[in-house]
Design a protein around this ligand. Structure first.
Ligand SMILES: [Ca+2]
Length: 458
């Protein structure tokens, strides 16, 4: 009996040691990915922005890490979301790197990878889009199976009737026992249209608005920004409800919560432009079980890094890892998140890339394909626009849609890097023939060059 007890004790001790060794990965985390539509940094109250209250985002920031230099994949919806879903830069995913195009399913998406790894997956609201994913071989939205049947009226013109939080509840109710989940909570807000005057109607004050320097500081612009704030708050209210639900069912501790936006605010010189307000987005990440909270990071991070983070947290290896043609581009943020540190945490993160192929609303006004890429250099946070690569002349343009243009002769040119303040939106689209260029290095210019080689479309 004594011998049995000793053996039992030894067995229990061995099991305890084993459990302590595997504990970090013993249970796959849930993943709640909340993404608004067209929200610029720093428009959340956690950033000290006046005139807006975002308790949902602020909670994630407080219980996790608040990022100050998160750069979206692109300043437009579909390319940015496709970059995120594939973990590849938008210029590496063909059609999906353009706005309102198609999405080829040869590029693996992280929701599909999670599903194959045993996750219960779904999305609500806006997933990947706008665009046609069926022509690329997808049978469903690349963000996952849709859960959007629950509706709720906001009473605000321009705000979606999809009750994102209620759909999250429905998704959880249908989850098979024991499965970890991934859910994409995709708000349609604060995408325009805004209800004009709703900000003032809700009691907000024009005097609370910090008007970006590139916009006229007038009462009308201030009012427009307040209306935009109201839509951000609507999205945030769903995030707060989703968090409360997770807490109530005891799942919050082991859930990786990521909150961001696909691109910047829908204002001139912001959304659809490779300037700061087009690609600099809010980001907060929490995972109570693994990540120490009350921290801030100024490290530059990009959407492709978020994909890598999700996969590492879930213990999923990208199927194309190590295969140059389809491999993911990002670097996981897990070491940064697990470090417990604040400020500049990973000094090797010195810059990030973003860029734009075309955006639908700009097609009629440009003379040829345009490209740009952005680099963020931290410490002094300068934001530089590179690239400015464009066709010297479009030989034949049968419509305003680039995919319908005839093959064009593209002269690869690149500008001297310059501060954004030296460019207006229009001049940024004009080729600057400062020097010709060859693709030999791995610098941002080379990346731009490789994009431009792909520009001519039949
Ligand atoms: Ca968007």
């Amino acid at each position: 009996m004594l011998k049995m007890n000793r053996l039992t004790a030894l067995g229990l001790l061995a099991a305890a040691i084993l459990c302590s060794l595997v504990k970090p990965f013993a249970k796959s985390p849930n993943i709640l990915f909340a993404i608004s539509d067209d929200q610029s940094y720093p428009h959340a109250s956690a950033y000290g922005c006046r005139g807006i209250e975002t308790p949902g985002f602020d909670r994630v920031a407080k219980e996790g890490v608040l990022f100050h230099t998160a750069i979206s994949g692109s300043p437009g919806c579909s390319p940015s979301r496709a970059s995120l879903l594939t973990g590849r830069y938008h210029w590496m995913i063909e059609h999906a790197g353009t706005h309102a195009s198609k999405f080829d399913n040869k590029y693996a998406t992280f929701p599909d990878m999670l599903e194959k790894a045993g996750y219960w997956i779904g999305y609500t609201g806006k997933g990947w889009g706008p665009g046609n994913y069926r022509d690329g071989g997808f049978k469903r939205n690349p963000a996952g199976p849709v859960f959007s049947s629950k509706k709720k009226s906001s009473g605000i013109k321009g705000v979606s009737s999809t009750d994102y939080a209620a759909n999250f509840d429905a998704f959880l109710e249908q989850r098979p026992d024991g499965k970890p989940f991934y859910f994409w909570l995709g708000g349609h807000e604060p995408h325009r249209v805004f209800e004009k005057g709703i900000g003032l109607k809700k009691g907000k004050k024009l005097s609370d608005v910090d008007v970006p320097a590139f916009l006229p500081d007038t009462p009308e612009i201030r009012g427009d920004i307040l209306d935009y704030y109201v839509e951000i708050e609507w999205f945030d209210s769903h995030l707060a409800r989703a968090m409360a639900k997770l807490e109530a069912i005891g799942e919050l501790e082991n859930t990786l919560v990521i909150v961001t936006s696909d691109n910047g605010m829908a204002f001139p010189r912001a959304k659809a432009n490779c300037y700061e307000f087009g690609v600099h987005v809010p980001l907060a990440i929490m995972w109570p079980e693994r990540v120490k909270g009350s921290r801030e990071s100024t490290d530059p991070v990009s959407f492709v890094d978020l994909t890598a983070t999700i996969l590492e947290a879930a213990g999923v290896v990208h199927p194309a890892l190590g295969k140059a043609a389809l491999a993911p581009s990002g670097q996981s943020l897990m070491p940064l998140l697990a470090s417990g540190k604040s400020g500049r945490i990973e000094l090797t993160r010195t810059h990030v890339y973003s860029g734009r192929e075309r955006h639908s609303s700009h097609r009629a006004t440009i003379i040829g394909p345009t490209r740009s890429a952005a680099s963020v250099r931290i410490n002094i946070f300068t934001f530089e626009t590179f690239g400015l690569i464009a066709g010297r002349r479009v030989i034949r343009r049968s419509s305003t849609h680039p995919e319908n243009w005839g093959r064009c002769t593209v002269a690869i040119t690149i500008s001297t890097p310059a501060r954004r303040s030296r460019f207006s939106s229009r001049t940024a689209m004009t080729p600057d023939t400062s020097r010709s260029f060859t693709c030999r290095s791995t610098s941002v210019r080379a990346r731009s060059c490789s994009i431009s080689k792909r520009i001519p479309t039949a």
